[in-house]
Design a protein around this ligand. Structure first.
Ligand SMILES: *[C@@H]1O[C@H](CO)[C@@H](O)[C@H](O)[C@H]1NC(C)=O
Ligand SMILES: *[C@@H]1O[C@H](CO)[C@@H](O)[C@H](O)[C@H]1NC(C)=O
Ligand SMILES: *[C@@H]1O[C@H](CO)[C@@H](O)[C@H](O)[C@H]1NC(C)=O
Ligand SMILES: *[C@@H]1O[C@H](CO)[C@@H](O)[C@H](O)[C@H]1NC(C)=O
Length: 424
């Protein structure tokens, strides 16, 4: 009984979670009325931290005035600025009042620098302390750090979602300013891929010459989605040796975007993304869906999960992905040995927005709730994300259809559990 009760509660929580809209705020817009923070705002845009901020909820952005920012930007490359600003994005909501109500007058708070996994130890935490004189001071949580920044004023809030506060000085974690700035042209793409278990992909881009295209694009903005070695051995993967050289090059170029798109940017993306293989409107593009912190890419043939960030150094981002990205332009119609997903027949790969299959499974009381059979091997896990992201952010028509359908499906499941409780 208790277990059933717990699963009911879980279901309700799931319902709430799925109903959560990902992005309701726009930090650039919030700061646009404050010219004194224009340098800060510009840097957020250049480093794409704006997307990261917009994709999160319950967040506090500690802003610096133009004078303080310029002193930083004059001396440091963008990759260092990105780290410094990441440490000013606190993953909790603090307004002026809450700063003065800290329990015991002091707290350590997680920042984006910690969350992006770049910070060793506790370097990604900030110490916020309400000092005796009523002044709130801040500093790195690393042992021995000075609390030498202070809260100067409240700038803007959207209560309990996002708060913008001005502080006097950047919070400098030990080593953050002297971290070597790996420039994109210095990054050895092959070495990054090999080290991360993407050897097959690395050797294909080398033998096909695609590496040259990547290298020359890397300085202007490049994102690479590298399938790991297991992805090439997965059942249903087409025999790449049957492709012509031109097709292989298209396939490999399809695994990249001609822009710097770190994870936060992918999470806030709603429009289809052009790839380096794109050769006409709507051709060779990729759609993105998000669930919490998980990002899934959809080609129209099948989903592929973003696995790890192998490199995120403005303007080059490299991710590993779980499956090969198979464009419909090459693999849509001629299902060679592919036993896997339904070959896409319609040119507009609408099925990427998954809500429809869910709504088609309305009333199977007692039947297994997961995965409508028509879906791709990703099955249930890939459904929820897509529906949720459709529900998120943009007022996208499919989202409006999708959310109620999803609710219906979940309510049906809850009803099943309730009747199970009554019957038992
Ligand atoms: C806060 O965020 C939630 C979820 O994104 C949204 O529904 C709500 O409208 C936001 N609150 C305000 C005041 O904008
Ligand atoms: C946020 O606001 C800025 C300035 O108003 C605008 O240029 C930008 O497109 C907005 N971003 C999103 C994701 O809506
Ligand atoms: C924050 O730093 C101050 C001064 O070093 C220290 O006394 C306090 O314990 C720290 N707060 C936390 C929560 O560790
Ligand atoms: C890049 O790394 C690969 C593999 O580790 C190595 O063979 C190659 O020489 C490196 N290239 C440069 C330019 O350092």
């Amino acid at each position: 009984m208790a277990a059933l009760h717990r699963s009911l509660v879980l279901l309700c929580l799931t319902l709430l979670a799925l109903n959560t809209v990902v992005s309701a705020h726009n930090i650039t817009q919030m700061l646009s009325g404050f010219p004194e923070y224009s340098v800060f705002s510009d840097c957020l845009t250049k480093t794409k931290l704006d997307d990261e901020i917009n994709s999160r909820q319950t967040i506090t952005v500690l802003v610096l005035t133009n004078g303080v920012m310029s002193a930083l930007t004059d001396k440091h490359p963008l990759s260092v600025i990105k780290n410094v600003l990441s440490l000013l994005v606190v993953l909790d909501y603090y307004d002026g009042q809450k700063l003065h109500q800290l329990s015991k007058g002091t707290t350590l708070s997680t920042t984006l620098y910690q969350a992006t996994g770049k910070a060793p130890g506790n370097l990604g935490f900030v110490n916020i302390t309400d000092s005796k004189g009523g002044k709130v001071v801040l500093g790195s949580a690393a042992p021995g750090s000075k609390l030498d920044s202070s809260y100067t004023k409240s700038v803007k809030q959207i209560p309990y979602n996002i708060s913008v506060l001005e502080i006097s000085q950047p919070i400098i974690a030990p080593g953050i300013l002297s971290a070597p700035a790996p420039s994109a042209s210095d990054a050895n793409i092959t070495a990054v891929l090999e080290k991360a278990g993407c050897k097959t992909f690395a050797s294909l881009i080398a033998s096909s010459g695609v590496i040259k295209t990547y290298e020359s694009a890397a300085d202007k903005g490049l994102t690479i989605f590298a399938p790991n070695d297991e992805a090439f051995k997965a059942p249903g993967v087409p025999d790449l040796s049957k492709l012509t050289n031109a097709e292989l090059v298209s396939l490999l170029l399809y695994h990249s975007l001609a822009s710097y798109s770190p994870k936060g940017t992918l999470k806030t993306t709603t429009a289809p993304l052009s790839t380096l293989a794109t050769n006409g409107a709507g051709k060779y593009d990729i759609k993105v869906s998000t669930s919490g912190d998980d990002v899934t890419l959809h080609t129209g043939v099948g989903p592929s999960r973003l696995a790890d960030t192998l490199l995120d150094s403005t303007p080059l981002a490299i991710f590993s992905v779980d499956s090969l990205l198979l464009p419909t332009e090459l693999f849509g119609k001629s299902p060679s040995p592919a036993p896997a997903p339904e070959p896409v027949t319609s040119p507009s790969p609408a099925p990427v927005l998954a809500p429809a299959p869910i709504s088609e499974a309305p009333s199977p009381l007692g039947a297994s709730p997961p995965a409508p059979p028509s879906e791709t091997p990703g099955g249930a896990p890939s459904d929820a994300p897509t529906a949720e992201s459709a529900n998120s952010k943009s007022a996208n028509a499919a989202g409006h259809v999708g959310a109620p359908a999803l609710l219906t499906a979940l309510l049906t499941v809850s009803a099943t559990v309730v009747s199970a409780i009554i019957l038992s």
